[in-house]
Write a protein that binds this ligand. Structure first.
Ligand SMILES: NC(=O)c1ccc[n+]([C@@H]2O[C@H](COP(=O)([O-])OP(=O)(O)OC[C@H]3O[C@@H](n4cnc5c(N)ncnc54)[C@H](OP(=O)(O)O)[C@@H]3O)[C@@H](O)[C@H]2O)c1
Length: 326
């Protein structure tokens, strides 16, 4: 494994992290046995940067992760997130108020069974609460020793600047992949300038660029079924793209997923993707992407392919999009 530093800290994070969301949330049927094997393998592969959130499977994802985290606490840098509520009368509402943060952190600590959380993210910016208040409350958690570093997810450039002025923001986690490149305009340069790590989530476009995902076979409750990009309307365009990435991968004797991860890593030293998988087979493949080199010709071929098939569909529906870039 290769390592990259978290923001301006001395923390060494694996250049390929592990997103645990899909292990029991959003993407089809869980398989706890395989997921636990995957978490254990991550330790063997030196993948020390794990990403979960309190909302994933309503707390059950943090509990699953704790099974392997607790006996290996010193080897893992654990990131979790707060803000989406699922308690009484609050289902699907977002809350980044200081009062809620105080209870949310303790609940995450209890489920993860840890004394402190390495990186604590506001899962979104709450449009009803000034970001300074949210980050002020998060900074209290650092003082209390409950949390080591602070992060934001899907925040706008203006919010990042305001937040960073209250307390150093170590990481910004937002969607970034071959198919989702909005952050290139403003967010990537800003995070680089401020010394904030940029953590791409869904770096495989939720599986779409791997040339292994057949959207027609997704389970009825798979979250991707609700997103524009995974609708039949865009299937032909996205299949052509996936086949194009597979051809590039084949010519280099690697896989499409490895091309997608190498491409994201290539966009800046401050970038640390967290591909999600519940499978040991995919984890090994993803870990090996750190050694895949893309030449200038490869990068040009990728750009030409993306230009040829631009009709990828939006990453989020209107409801979810409204919660980003606040
Ligand atoms: N901050 C946020 O709002 C936010 C939003 C979404 C996600 N996240 C975080 O980001 C992490 C990663 O994002 P994601 O899971 O949505 O999407 P992703 O990493 O782009 O893709 C995950 C999908 O790709 C498949 N996959 C993984 N490696 C593969 C490989 N080598 N070959 C073929 N298929 C492969 C997985 O299959 P299997 O499941 O079968 O292994 C899964 O279906 C999540 O786990 C979560 O921690 C954060």
């Amino acid at each position: 494994m290769k390592y990259r530093k978290l923001g301006k800290t001395n923390e060494k994070l694996s250049a390929i992290g592990l997103g645990t969301m899909g292990m029991n949330h959003a993407y089809g049927e869980p398989d706890d046995k395989e997921s636990l094997a995957t978490l254990n393998l991550a330790i063997d592969l030196g993948i020390n940067f794990w990403d979960t959130a309190d909302i994933y499977a309503k707390g059950e994802n943090e509990k699953l992760v704790s099974e392997v985290l607790v006996p290996n606490r010193d080897k893992i840098f654990i990131a979790t997130k707060f803000g989406f509520r699922w308690d009484d009368n609050k289902v699907n509402s977002f809350d980044a108020s200081p009062a809620y943060i105080k209870t949310a952190v303790e609940q995450s600590q209890r489920r993860l069974r840890v004394d402190y959380i390495d990186l604590y993210y506001a899962h979104r910016v709450d449009p009803l609460i000034p970001i300074e208040e949210t980050v002020g409350a998060m900074a209290e958690l650092v003082k209390e020793g409950k949390v080591k570093y602070l992060g934001l997810s899907e925040a706008s450039a203006a919010s990042i600047k305001k937040a960073h002025a209250v307390h150093p923001i170590a990481a910004l986690q937002s969607e970034y992949s071959l198919l989702t490149r909005e952050v290139e305009a403003e967010i990537l340069p800003l995070t680089r300038e401020l010394g904030i790590s940029f953590i791409p989530f869904s770096p495989l476009a939720r599986g779409l660029v791997t040339n292994t995902l057949d959207i027609s076979t997704l389970a009825g409750n798979d979250f991707r079924r609700t997103l524009p990009r995974y609708q039949e309307k865009y299937a032909e365009n996205n299949k052509k793209l996936a086949e194009g990435f597979a051809a590039i991968a084949g010519s280099k004797n690697v896989t499409s997923a490895q091309i997608a991860l190498a491409w994201v890593l290539n966009q800046g030293e401050h970038i640390i993707p967290i591909p999600g998988t519940k499978k040991t087979k995919y984890l090994k493949e993803n870990a090996a992407a750190v050694d895949v080199e893309l030449t200038a010709d490869d990068l040009q071929t990728i750009e030409e392919l993306l230009k040829k098939y631009p009709d990828t569909g939006a990453r989020y529906s209107e409801h979810h999009a409204k919660m980003t870039n606040n």
